[in-house]
Ligand binder design. Structure first.
Ligand SMILES: [Zn+2]
Length: 138
């Protein structure tokens, strides 16, 4: 049965998101570092999803203010109903190749393994040539 992460603010569900083998979620509560620093920093909750195997890496599901006295609750439970977050902004992956540091837009093809490992097809070719040269008896 699929697992669902659900975020409640004051007992009201504000975000439901599926978990599977290619997705993870992060619920973060903090002051907003981008807010102006003249007064008290407002508290915010952030709900981010991470997805690998596609170009959309960060899902940026939800962000909202927290007022004093409000409660934030995260529940993870089984659900038969597929869930989609209340809001979902797909942010195109701009992370570069771990070997040559070029972005996906500058290489023919990017190979991904898990959320943090990326290698471009040019580097795969180069590695392949090195491996072949090392393993071929002279
Ligand atoms: Zn590369």
């Amino acid at each position: 049965m699929p697992q669902v992460m659900e975020l409640f603010v004051n007992g009201q569900s504000v975000c439901r998101a599926d978990f599977n083998e290619t997705r993870a979620a992060n619920v973060h509560i903090s002051t907003d570092p981008h807010s102006d620093r003249s007064g008290l920093w407002p508290l915010y909750y952030w709900v981010n999803g991470f997805q690998w195997g596609t170009d959309a890496y960060s899902l940026e599901w939800l962000k909202g203010p927290i007022e004093p006295g409000q409660t934030i609750e995260v529940r993870i439970h089984d659900s038969q109903d597929p869930a989609t977050p209340a809001q979902e902004t797909l942010v195109v992956n701009t992370r570069p190749c771990n070997f040559c540091d070029r972005p996906a837009s500058d290489v023919p093809f990017m190979v991904e393994k898990g959320p943090f490992s990326r290698i471009c097809s040019d580097c795969v070719k180069e590695c392949s040539q090195l491996i072949n040269a090392k393993s071929t008896p002279i």
